[in-house]
Every structure is written in structure tokens, then in C-alpha cells.
Design a protein around this ligand. Structure first.
Ligand code: FMN
Length: 305
């Protein structure tokens, strides 16, 4: 029997548990991926801000052992152009569209949530409280009171399902997760890039203009798997978790799922293998067949039981 990969994240029904991670997919750059995008459980845009953003000066990325560093600076068209142009391309796909928003102030988030509230076809809003590349972005995700304050206001601004993407740049994620849940988050996306730095040994200076950059790719995976495990143990009975960080294939995805994630997102590895997402979907089916599991939901958090 063909395994059933359908899963519900908060209130959002996905045909399968594999999505792209924000900022790591070709659609916003006008590229067409090499596979039928219907293979995606859902699609996430690069985080959008209220106004157009030029982004950081180069270099913006550096390859490092086991992953990459990025300091893009949330380059983008701003919410109005996003809604009028990019979003239409996403919605035309006919799969759940999760709109990621970012900002430097409370008003940045609220203004965008209000605009998106009028667009009934989007599946969820993913609130990025964690981007380490923009000065003000770090603040919300590292303090539980700020997370609560922001998310409870965004909750009032929209009736869309609300997902909150947390930062791994904390020693304990549980207080942030609880705060987001108490404020009305229906899913917690765990997690964004890990703060890092690269030194140019010829110039004897940090390589990036903003000194710090976000580390992503296979080497960060065990860090985020542990955060997923902790948050699931604390509040996994009340809120859905989406695992993200370093996933290459179905085996990696299964680690997150067994740790407590209902779904996963693949980011950096799309650059190495543009077919990583459809391969992961097929690989999860094979895993389920091998384990003789028919319902995907039975696997969520199984490492705890
Ligand atoms: C080039 C690049 C751009 C990114 N842009 C965003 C973004 O706009 N918003 C966001 O929430 N995360 C962004 N991220 C973080 C990813 O969505 C993801 O959380 C992180 O890279 C860990 O997953 P991965 O190891 O599979 O890439 C970006 C990551 C990369 C590498």
C-alpha cells in the first residue's frame, strides 16, 4: 500500500511534509526549478519587508566546511510589489503558500500582516523573528517577552494561520517557543541560520561587511534537531513544529520528524542538489514502506516514546 504523507501543520493541510526554506529557492529570482513544484508540501517565499531592500554589500555568501555563510540582508521588493507580482506566481502553483515576513519594528510586521490578511488564498504567515543579518532583526527572537509582544499583536492583525520562525542563537529555545505559542503561533519553524563569522586571513579582517553572517547547511543540523527535540518535549502536544537546518535527504528529514517535527524545510542543500526536495519526498515514502508505517503522523516525535 502507498504510504500516506498528508500532514497538518497547525491548521494547514499539506500533501507531504517537505517544503523549501525561506530564501533558498529559485522562484523569487525568476528561475524555474527542475521539477514539478507540486512535489512540494508547501512553498515559502524569501522573507519580505515593508519597503524594497537593496541588501548588504558583497561578499554576501561564503562556502565553509559543511555549509555556507550568508549575509544577504533580506534583499527584496517590499510588500506591495511582492503582493502585486511575486505572490501571484506562488499562488498560481496551487500548493499551500506560506508567506514569510520580516521587519525591524513592530509596525513593519503589523502593516504587512494587515495587508496579507486581505489575501484569502495564502495558507499561512511565517513570521521571521530570527534573521541575524539585519541589525534590528535579532532582538525579537532572543527574548521571550519580545516574542510574546510581537506575536500577540500580529495575531490580532490577521486571521491567517500563524507560524513563527525562531532563531537558534539562544541557549534554550523552550521559553521562546512557549512565548510564541501563548501569543497565538500555530506552528514553530525551528530554526533560522546560526550566527557565524569568517576571517579573511590575507586582509586579517572579518570577510563580511557586517562582520557576522548566518551559517546554514549540513553542519548545523544536530543543533536544530536538539532544539526540535526540546520544544516537542515541552509543548509538542499543543503546537506543530517545522524542522529546518542542514537537511540533505530523507534520512535527515526523518531525524527531525522523529524528534518532533510535523514537517521540514530544505534550504541550502537545494543549491547543491536542485532535486533534493522531490528526492526527500520519495525517500520518506521508502522509509515508511521499509518500516511498515502507513500513516505519516505516527512517526512524529516517535524518538520520545
Ligand atoms: C541564502 C540564504 C538566504 C536566506 N534567507 C532567509 C530569509 O529571507 N528568511 C528566513 O526566514 N530564512 C532565510 N534563510 C534561512 C533558511 O531559510 C534556513 O532557515 C537556514 O538556512 C537553515 O536551513 P538549511 O541549512 O537547510 O539552509 C536563508 C538562508 C540562506 C542560505
Amino acid at each position: 500500500m502507498e504510504p500516506n504523507l498528508e500532514v497538518t501543520v497547525g491548521r494547514v493541510k499539506l500533501n507531504n511534509p517537505v517544503m523549501n526554506a525561506s530564501g533558498c529557492f529559485g522562484l523569487e529570482y525568476g528561475e524555474i526549478e527542475d521539477f514539478d513544484l507540486n512535489a512540494l508540501g508547501g512553498i515559502v517565499n524569501k522573507s519580505v519587508k515593508p519597503l524594497p531592500v537593496v541588501g548588504n554589500p558583497p561578499p554576501r555568501i561564503a562556502e565553509v566546511d559543511g555549509g555556507m555563510l550568508n549575509s544577504i540582508g533580506l534583499e527584496g521588493p517590499g510588500i506591495d510589489k511582492f503582493i502585486d507580482e511575486e505572490l501571484l506566481n506562488y499562488l498560481a502553483l496551487g500548493i499551500p503558500v506560506i508567506v514569510s515576513i520580516a521587519g525591524g519594528t513592530m509596525d513593519d510586521y503589523l502593516m504587512q500582516a494587515e495587508k496579507l490578511d486581505k489575501i484569502k488564498d495564502i495558507a499561512a504567515i511565517e513570521v521571521n523573528v530570527s534573521c541575524p543579518n539585519v541589525d534590528t532583526g535579532l532582538a525579537y527572537g532572543v527574548e521571550s517577552e519580545l516574542v510574546y509582544g510581537l506575536i500577540s499583536k500580529v495575531r490580532q492583525a490577521t486571521s491567517h494561520p500563524l507560524w513563527v520562525k525562531l532563531t537558534p542563537n539562544v541557549s534554550d529555545m523552550v521559553p521562546m517557543a512557549r512565548a510564541a505559542y501563548r501569543a497565538g503561533a500555530e506552528a514553530l519553524v525551528i530554526a533560522n541560520t546560526l550566527r557565524g563569522m569568517k576571517i579573511d586571513i590575507k586582509k586579517q579582517k572579518p570577510e563580511f561587511a557586517r562582520k557576522y553572517a548566518g551559517m546554514s547547511g549540513p553542519k548545523i543540523m544536530p543543533v536544530n534537531v536538539a532544539f526540535v527535540y526540546d520544544v516537542y518535549a515541552a509543548i509538542g502536544d499543543r503546537v506543530s513544529i517545522v524542522g529546518v537546518g542542514g537537511i540533505k535527504d530523507a534520512s535527515d528529514a526523518m531525524e527531525y520528524i522523529l524528534a518532533g517535527a510535523s514537517a521540514v524545510q530544505i534550504g541550502t542543500y537545494n543549491f547543491a542538489d536542485p532535486l533534493a526536495i522531490p528526492r526527500a519526498v520519495e525517500g520518506i515514502k521508502d522509509y515508511m514502506k521499509g518500516m511498515k508505517v502507513e500513516k505519516f503522523s505516527e512517526l512524529i516525535g516517535k524518538a520520545h516514546r
